[in-house]
Design a protein around this ligand. Structure first.
Ligand code: NOJ
Ligand code: CA
Length: 697
């Protein structure tokens, strides 16, 4: 605008060209395909960046920098210079993942901002531009302690009045376990990332971060219409981040595409994380599990001791027998350890991670695990008691390691800024799930677990920022409203939740959503009340076919069959899909979708264990609108014929009154075919394309 004004004034002769301000440098770097341009400037000696896509602004000039408690602010009175440029096009392999081989193609620019009167005061911005978005991070040299009181990174969305945002509140009571909001971008106040934005012309943008290590998690705080700044979760002492000497920040990422699925098909965050710290990953095993779990959520069993105690020796052995008969790798057992009696959410200090309840004989369970070949999956609920857990962590890991456990599910049930950490003076401090110290706790947890060859599935975790690349034993996490909300202790997830998760939470990484509820008719123990609205359901608000589709749509290398064994035995035909579906993939493609409306995925199994690598799977699901999807099967191998085993919504299905009606059918298909499938309201489809003939052989 300012330049336009100057141009008009100078054309009119009002401003003489000689009196123009000195031309300030603009340092730009483009994506390899030239569609995205990221530029850095120092107009008015203020550090700024901007981003365009296909020649149109996406992020208008936005501030960079920091405020410190005592050090000189780092954003104003700085001038820019170029340090280096680089190009890179490499590929790397994931030990497990939604895709085995990941391509990292980007152009890099490093710029230096130097203080105009103090040449020793400087910071660098390292920027990488990919074909599907950008990432940049700060690299700040220096010595001594610095307390960051604000990170000033802005996100000034172009044409913000034309954009819709899909988001959950940042730094709230429920951590990341909120229902998503769909609002005009200008109505967002404070949002977590991944923060997804859609423009009317089809452009989609997601703001997130990569490699969140020794720093605080970033929310986006509205400053003015369409303009947000990084809002870091404060430490208990009110400071945002405390750093010693030189430091780098997590990457700030902006994924950009011209349709919604481009956001899903991007690997920017993984590419911006450091390579694996583990050279041997052979002990990290994707797979499927069942658990003594849903029974507690629907109040059939209890975590605590007593008549209804879920985690008994006999029940665990029965579950292991069921798991071995039906091809599951593990049995999760919650409530095996002391500390659950009374108000366990408030009594985090009482949890023991080594002491079992008397009716849970851990040695007998371990023996049965060896006999059946089914792993016990460990459980450490901390209720946010960080110090209590850290004091016992190694003992807990050693115990589990000794009895052959490979994976532990951890939990941090504590409301916002209520995680308890005792400081060096012995004073109890209350922390956010994504404050600097808790971020560091999670990394301490997974790196310590690695010493015991244990993988960690964190519930109520800090959001994922691609750290599974660096720490591949961080095998999954929750960090969103999962299936547990459909059990009756809270208003259930509405049908739009799944197609919202796919384009928001799932941009961060794997989610232990725990799909596969087969019986929707359990007794209503808690449900009802004003917050339920006029539909007091206490069950998944989906069709049964959609429960199957979720195994393909919601990626996780470990997937639970969440329901009670008897409910699977009662519906053995749909259960077959859960038994067949793999959890580790050669390739994944989000084929079609609109945020909050529907999504269609195709995934090719990875050759591993019982999987040949030839079969493909398709999962699609919709919100409360019924729709027809048309899917060309061009992803299939051109020289092969497949048997499509289709699990779809029946003609009489109704998610509110008759969720079970399902058609299971087979068809012979090739890559030349196109499938047309009706998804009922809140419905879905799950398909296994089983290779039946390969003409090349
Ligand atoms: C919340 C977790 O998300 C859930 O899966 C678990 O059962 C409970 N906490 C108890 O640890
Ligand atoms: Ca949870």
């Amino acid at each position: 605008m300012r330049y336009l004004l100057l141009l008009i004034l100078s054309v009119c002769g009002v401003v003489n060209a000689e009196h123009h301000q000195e031309q300030k440098p603009v340092l730009s770097v483009s994506s390899p395909d030239q569609h995205i341009v990221l530029s850095f400037t120092d107009n008015d000696n203020v550090a700024q960046y901007q981003v365009s896509f296909n020649g149109k602004a996406v992020i208008e000039p936005s501030k960079l920098g920091f405020l410190f408690k005592t050090a000189v602010p780092m954003y104003r009175d700085f001038t820019i210079s170029e340090v280096s440029r680089n190009q890179s096009d490499t590929s790397w392999e994931q030990p497990w993942g939604e895709q085995r081989v990941i391509r990292d193609q980007h152009n890099e620019l490093v710029v230096k901002y130097t203080h105009i009167t103090d040449s020793n005061n400087m910071f660098f911005v390292r920027a990488r531009v990919f074909n599907d978005g950008i990432g940049f991070r700060y690299e700040v040299p220096g010595q001594g302690e610095r307390a960051i009181t604000r990170e000033l990174t802005e996100f000034n969305f172009a044409d913000s009045h034309l954009a819709t945002a899909y988001w959950i509140p940042g730094q709230g009571r429920e951590r990341y376990e909120y229902l998503y909001r769909t609002t005009p971008l200008q109505q967002v106040d404070k949002a977590h990332t991944p923060f997804t934005v859609a423009y009317q012309d089809g452009t989609h943008v997601a703001v997130h971060e990569a490699a969140l290590v020794d720093y605080a998690g970033m929310s986006l705080q509205k400053q003015q219409l369409g303009v947000f700044t990084a809002d870091l979760s404060p430490r208990a002492d009110g400071i945002k981040v405390l750093k010693n000497d030189s430091f780098t920040t997590p990457w700030r990422t902006i994924t950009i595409g011209d349709e919604a699925v481009d956001l899903i098909n991007s690997f920017i965050a993984l590419n911006l994380n450091e390579p694996s710290t583990l050279t041997d990953t052979s002990w990290i095993n994707p797979g499927k599990y069942i658990g003594i779990w849903w029974g507690m959520h629907i109040d059939k069993y209890t975590w605590g001791s007593g008549d209804k105690h879920g985690a008994t020796t006999q029940r665990t052995m029965d579950y292991m027998d069921f798991a071995s008969q039906h091809g599951f790798d593990g049995v999760l057992v919650e409530g095996w350890n002391t500390g659950w009696d009374g108000n366990w959410i408030a009594n985090s200090e009482l949890f023991s991670f080594t002491q079992s309840y008397p009716d849970f004989d851990i040695d007998a369970v371990a023996k049965h695990s060896v006999k059946t070949g089914v792993k016990l999956i460990g459980h450490h609920e901390t209720s946010g008691g960080i110090t209590n857990y850290e004091a016992q962590m190694e003992d807990g890991f050693a115990l589990y390691n000794k009895i052959g456990v490979e994976q532990i599910k951890t939990g941090y049930v504590a409301f916002g800024q209520n995680l308890k950490r005792r400081d060096a003076q012995g004073i109890m401090r209350y922390e956010f799930t994504d404050s600097q110290d808790v971020v560091n706790h999670f990394i301490h947890n997974v790196t310590t677990a690695a010493k015991y060859k244990l993988s960690i599935n964190t519930h109520e975790s800090v959001k994922d920022t691609g750290l599974r690349r660096t720490y591949p034993n961080w095998i999954s996490r929750e960090s969103a409203r999962g299936q547990e909300y459909n059990s009756g202790w809270a208003p259930p997830n509405p049908p739009e939740h799944m197609p919202l998760l796919a384009f928001t939470r799932m941009l961060a990484g794997p989610m232990d959503f725990t799909p596969g509820i087969f019986n929707f008719d359990y007794e209503r123990v808690h449900g009802g009340g004003p917050e339920w609205g006029d539909k007091p359901y206490t069950r998944p608000l989906s069709t049964l076919a959609q429960q199957l589709a979720q195994y393909v749509v919601v990626y996780s290398p470990i997937q639970m069959a969440a329901d009670l064994p008897e409910n699977y035995l009662a519906k053995s035909r749909p259960f077959q899909f859960i038994k067949d579906v793999p959890t580790d993939w050669e390739t994944s493609i989000a084929l079609q979708g609109e945020v909050g409306k529907f999504v269609v995925f195709a995934r090719q199994e990875k050759a591993h264990r019982q999987y040949s690598g030839d079969d493909w799977y398709l999962g699609a699901l919709t919100n409360e609108d019924e729709r027809q999807i048309t899917v060309p099967l061009t992803f299939l191998d051109k020289n092969s014929t497949y048997e499509a085993q289709i699990y779809r919504d029946g003609d009489k299905v109704d998610w509110q009154t008759n969720p079970y009606d399902m058609i299971i059918e087979t068809k012979t298909v090739t890559a030349a075919d196109t499938l047309k499938i009706r998804l009922a309201a809140a419905g879905g489809v799950a398909i296994r394309f089983k290779i039946s003939h390969n003409q090349a052989n």
